[in-house]
Design a protein around this ligand. Structure first.
Ligand code: SAH
Length: 343
């Protein structure tokens, strides 16, 4: 069966030409898929014989919302989707003043092993396809009725560990005949997989790169994030400087604040030193408590922010949305895995 949802528009045009059909069928189907068509039968501008043929040879699975939690506080909605093979993944809809943002997953599970993160506890199950990433955006929009203007690849999984599929997904959602979401409305977050950062730098895409920093020194970062043993924080900063030079885009650094571990003034000073020469932005995140983890939220967020600012670095404390609905970092999927999902 052909996974046409994972095809870019040029690929779809080729596909239809290969079937002996005119290439413009590619554009018609591309636009149906970006609108969340649930069957080929409903693609009313295609000849009936073609719809039938596609139905026999192509996949058109639609994710099923098996859980949906709506925050009473801020309207954040968290979805647990079941995929065609029974795997479950999460997406979150967040409503900001500047528009509605969907946070999507790039893998089922994660193999990066960050010590504070719920998504990685059971490891990686598999990569998601471009079509499964597209569906998270399309069906979150469809189900909630909220027009989606922004996408963040900050859900479960490491996008750089599935980069070919992620790049195809970006091409699909960015296309004017599809969802037409501008690159500047898309953020991609990585724990610091350097070959991926370098590849993105070469491509020069105008998306926002977020780097999950969480510690500026080798010892602490290696303790929190095993990826640091493969790609050390010093090399990471070198790659970030290079990324900025090549793309002109300011990088956003994510920093989950952990009590007594990464919240000391010397660490703020070291961040400042390593950022010198580049306009970085540090996003301080209150650590979400994960039952299995020994770490607790820092009590020094304001002091740490001040210290960064004293070096001329922009640092913001991230407003946490959906705190009442397990909206953070793999917590819903984790609960479902552990069988604690009561509703
Ligand atoms: N793998 C990518 C994207 C997914 S994680 C990455 O590492 O960037 C999305 C963000 O949530 C990352 O910055 C991650 O470090 C952070 N995160 C994970 N667990 C967290 C927790 N318990 N509290 C706060 N932030 C957390």
């Amino acid at each position: 069966m052909t996974d046409i949802k994972s095809m870019t528009l040029p690929e779809l045009r080729d596909f239809f030409q290969g079937l002996g059909e005119p290439a413009f069928r590619g554009k018609q189907v591309f636009s149906w898929l970006s609108r969340g068509a649930a069957s080929f039968g409903g693609m009313s501008n295609l000849p009936a014989s073609l719809r039938e043929r596609l139905g026999e040879s192509c996949l058109l699975a639609v994710p099923k919302a098996v859980r949906k939690q709506v925050s009473a506080r801020d309207g954040t909605i968290k979805y647990l989707w079941e995929l065609a093979d029974g795997n479950c993944i999460e997406s979150v809809l967040m409503r900001y003043r500047y528009g509605n943002t969907v946070c999507i997953s790039s893998q089922a599970g994660c193999r990066m092993g960050c010590a504070f993160c719920a998504s990685t506890i059971a490891g990686k199950v598999r990569d998601l396809t471009p079509g499964e990433m597209l569906d998270q955006v399309v069906f979150t929009g469809k189900d909630s009725g909220a027009p989606i203007s922004n996408i963040v690849l900050m859900g479960i999984g490491e996008p750089m560990d599935n980069l070919d599929a992620v790049l195809k997904f970006l091409e699909i959602v960015n296309h004017p005949d599809g969802l037409n979401i501008g690159m500047r409305h898309i953020s991609l977050s990585t724990c610091g997989v350097l070959p991926g950062i370098r590849r993105l730098a070469e491509l020069g895409l105008q998306l926002t790169l977020s780097v999950s920093l969480h510690a500026p020194d080798r010892e602490t970062r290696s303790r929190l994030m095993p990826v640091n043993r493969a790609y050390d924080v010093e090399e990471l900063f070198a790659a970030c400087h290079d990324y900025f030079e090549k793309t002109g885009r300011r990088i956003s650094f994510e920093y989950a604040m952990i009590d007594g571990v990464n919240d000391q003034d010397w660490q703020a000073d070291l961040i400042a030193k390593r950022l010198r020469g580049m306009p970085g932005h540090v996003n301080l995140i209150p650590l979400n408590d994960v039952a299995e983890s020994p770490f607790r939220p820092s009590r020094r967020m304001a002091a740490f922010q001040k210290r960064l600012e004293s070096h001329g670095i922009t640092a913001t404390v991230r407003r946490s949305l959906g705190g009442d609905i397990d909206a953070a970092c793999g917590q819903l999927r984790r609960k479902a895995e552990k069988g604690e999902d009561s509703q």
